[in-house]
Design a protein. Structure first.
Length: 252
């Protein structure tokens, strides 16, 4: 870690690393330490390109016999709507491929919001209830959108507490088009954990790399708490750990 920057209240620790591999390794070590201390940990997990390095590092630790996922339970942040779990663009598919199929986690203990629920409101209420019954996440992994979104909580005039169905912004559709054959194929909706579930996590691990995230990272840390930068709500969380590279830290 080359530099450590503290947010307003000392509640936000920011590590700036020399490479994506280094920040991913450090974030994975943070999570691994919590897993060793609490084998039946509740992990809040994210998809997208940012956490792939964490999942690779956790898999390596598992393969080296250092980590045991057998009692771990997980709740993912979000899922495209409508998209069935077997679709290779779904976030369920992503999690299976990038982590769950590579370690000894019991898939019955992993949850991703349903992208095909007929009654979306019921699905969202059940998701929040299950996470609350589990006591909230011990560690919540987050990426950040170039527009400051966390999960799919898009910039808006207010923060939304509950898990909910959301219309993706043009910015997010364009940003995520790289994962699809064409922009038209990107689903226009998603189901996302709201800020209530995210803020109920005991610790947050947020990873970001690349200059395209620099403005969002700066607004999150040094702008006011503003729903136009959804990640800025983390300024009110007691334990936020940000792992970024130098290009993402450019505006700090
Ligand atoms: C993914 C998620 C999103 C991403 C964000 C950054 O589950 O909730 O908020 O973390 O869009 O995506 P990447 O990492 O692909 O730049």
């Amino acid at each position: 870690m080359e530099k450590l920057y503290y947010g307003y209240n000392g509640n936000i620790k920011v590590g700036i690393f020399g490479s994506y591999e280094a920040l991913s390794e450090a974030a994975a070590e943070f999570i691994a330490a919590r897993m060793k201390a609490k084998p039946d940990i509740i992990l809040g997990l994210a998809t997208g390109s940012s956490p792939v390095g964490i999942y690779d590092a956790l898999t390596r630790m598992y393969e080296a016999g250092e980590l045991d996922f057998s009692a771990v339970r997980s709740f993912n942040l979000d899922e495209y709507y409508p998209l069935p779990p077997e679709n290779d663009q779904s976030y369920r598919y992503f999690m299976n491929k990038n982590l769950f199929d590579r370690v000894n986690i019991d898939k019955a203990n992993t949850r991703v919001p349903s992208g095909v629920a007929a009654d979306v409101e019921k699905e969202c209420a059940e998701y929040d209830a299950a996470l609350a019954a589990a006591g909230g996440a011990d560690v919540q992994v987050l990426g950040i959108g170039g527009n400051g979104h966390i999960g799919f909580n898009e910039p808006d005039g207010f923060f939304t507490a509950a898990t909910h169905k959301v219309a993706l912004t043009e910015n997010t559709i364009k940003a995520n088009a790289r994962f699809f054959a064409s922009e038209e194929e990107v689903p226009r909706f998603a189901v996302t954990m709201g800020m209530g579930a995210i803020m109920s996590a005991k610790s947050i691990v947020l990873v970001a790399n690349g200059e395209a995230k620099a403005q969002a990272v700066a607004s999150m840390l040094t702008g006011g708490v503003d729903p136009l930068c959804p990640a800025s709500i983390l300024q009110l969380h007691p334990d936020v750990n940000v792992f970024i590279d130098e290009p993402a830290a450019k505006l700090l």
